[in-house]
Design a protein around this ligand. Structure first.
Ligand code: BES
Ligand code: MN
Ligand code: ZN
Length: 502
């Protein structure tokens, strides 16, 4: 992975393969964000640089500076003349510019960046996130840049902490991206559980994996039902980080469908391959608990990954089946466990909520103060908010906080309501619930209502639907590579840091 370091030296005098400088998008061409680079930006303007956000123009330095070449990256309009459409804050424009710069200098050894003079944290994160490549199946055209040196006014404690936090955030994102990018023939429930356990054990965390036998014994009917069609059985993974003096307890729950064919309610062929990303929520919660542990935040965090493969077969669950969700463990020896809620399955493609309901009930047994659940849950999320904005539902206070933090880290989030009248669509004449409402209206919100049924009283919860944002099915842009994006890892890290009071 790309290494980050700090320098207080004059960037014009640092020997490197490239010098990265920022340009605003002015009315009459690009404007250097720093006076010292005005001549370089003017030269780049002749090569087409305009300062558009995310744009990259590389010119030979021709001896004007110590670096071999100059990479001019656009950060958009200056603060005072912004259009309403360009509402992302400067931090994320710097983050994206740094990401684009990192991609542009792939194959090189050393780069000195001055984006850190605009926002050191954003530059650090963007450079690392943008350098990510997934090379498990194919050698990349050029290797990620080895070293990025950030120009800072002072390499003090605060600057070093920024570096440390950016590194943990970016490596956590990379961990989640790697899991999402693994092909579904390679990453099935047991393999996901093995990779998550290995990482968590290495970090000294407490790990528990329920296999299909343990799930049957515990009565996890949702996870077992969804996983029944696959020759590769389901798992429930629990990873706990328990610091000495926690200020609060956060449960994380992630949807881990390692491949979603839709099951017997099978999906159409086109783009079905993208359902390899249907475990992005589980990947994010595992990456997050590992990241929180590395940062040593004073919060108990317990992550649950609800893992199954949704396949059609002779053993698959069917439309018409009635499943019984997990109802909790017996209160004492010899006591019977509470019976979980029953669900009439009307569509086997609405499987995420079925595995999540079991995991949410289990997570609430840890008595968390907060429960953050995330999933690639509904196509309706993509219809409503597009591919780059997650929908956030749940208790209004926490929901609004999470949505705000999602925007502040550049992951994009918007608070969504759970209108009371939509709950009725889940009433079933046969069972406690049915898994779809039978009409497409408000699909993202109906799914939210389903999950709400399983959150214990007194637990503040938020549901992050990342169906669009978790996976980039197009080209690289900013700091986002094709494939798994790692969303919502940085939102979860920011939320937990916020709850920790940092
Ligand atoms: N995994 C899908 C949701 C999804 C769609 C994620 C597109 C990423 C991109 C989920 O399991 C699903 O199939 N949802 C159904 C629900 C419906 C049957 C109520 C959907 O959105 O169509
Ligand atoms: Mn589905
Ligand atoms: Zn799914």
């Amino acid at each position: 992975m790309t290494r980050l370091s700090l320098t207080t030296a004059d960037p014009l005098t640092v020997k490197a393969d490239a010098l990265v400088v920022a340009a605003y998008q002015g009315a009459n061409g690009p404007v250097a964000a720093d006076e010292r680079f005005a001549a370089l930006v003017d030269a780049a303007a002749l090569a087409g640089a305009a300062g558009k956000p995310g744009s990259v123009t590389t010119i030979p330095a021709a001896g004007a500076v110590a670096a071999d070449r100059v990479v001019v990256v656009g950060v958009g309009a200056a603060a005072d003349d912004r259009s309403p459409a360009e509402s992302d804050d400067l931090a994320d424009r710097v983050r994206r510019a740094a990401g684009a710069a990192s991609r542009a200098v792939a194959g090189h050894t050393k780069v000195v960046s001055t984006l850190s003079l605009l926002d050191a944290a954003a530059a650090a994160e963007g450079h690392l996130l943008g350098a990510y490549v997934f090379d498990a199946y194919k050698k990349p055209g050029s290797a990620p840049v080895d070293a990025v040196v950030l120009t800072v006014p002072s390499a003090n404690k605060a600057a070093k902490q920024i570096l440390e936090r950016a590194t943990v955030a970016a490596e956590s994102v990379a961990f989640a991206r790697d899991l999402v990018n693994a092909a579904p023939n390679d990453l099935y429930p047991a393999e996901f559980a093995a990779r998550a356990s290995a990482a968590a054990n290495k970090a000294g965390l407490t790990v528990e994996v329920l296999d299909e036998k343990a799930l049957a014994k515990g009565g996890y009917g949702g996870i077992l039902g969804v996983g029944a069609g696959s020759s590769r059985p389901p798992r429930l993974v629990r990873i706990a980080y328990t610091p000495a003096k926690p200020v609060t307890t956060v449960a994380l729950v992630g949807k881990g469908i390692t491949f979603d064919t839709g099951g017997i309610s099978i999906k159409p062929g086109p783009k079905m391959d993208q359902m390899t990303s249907d475990m992005a929520g589980a990947a994010a919660v595992v990456a997050t608990v590992l990241g929180v542990a590395r940062l040593g935040l004073p919060v108990t965090v317990i992550a649950y990954a609800a893992l199954a493969e949704n396949m059609p077969s002779g053993t698959a669950y069917r439309p018409g089946d009635v499943l019984r969700h997990y109802g909790g463990a017996p209160a004492g020896r010899g006591k019977a466990a509470a019976q979980g809620k029953t669900v009439h399955v009307l569509n086997t493609d609405a499987e995420g909520r079925l595995v999540l309901a079991d995991a949410i009930v289990r997570a609430c047994e840890d008595n968390p103060e907060y429960l953050l659940e995330t999933s690639t849950l509904t196509g309706a999320q993509v219809v409503a908010l597009g591919k780059r904005t997650m929908g956030v539902m749940g208790d209004p206070g926490l929901r609004d906080r999470v949505a705000e933090l999602a925007r502040s880290v550049g992951e994009g989030g918007w608070a969504m309501p759970l209108p009371e009248h939509l709950r009725e669509g889940l009433d079933s004449p046969l069972a406690d619930l049915q898994n779809i409402s039978g009409e497409p209206a408000g699909g993202m919100l109906v799914a939210g209502h389903y999950l709400a049924e399983f959150v214990a009283d007194g637990v503040q919860w938020a549901h992050l639907d990342v169906a669009g944002p978790a996976f980039n099915d197009g080209k690289a842009y900013g700091y986002t590579a094709p494939g798994g994006t790692g969303v919502p890892v940085r939102t979860l890290l920011a939320t937990i840091a916020d709850l920790a009071g940092r």
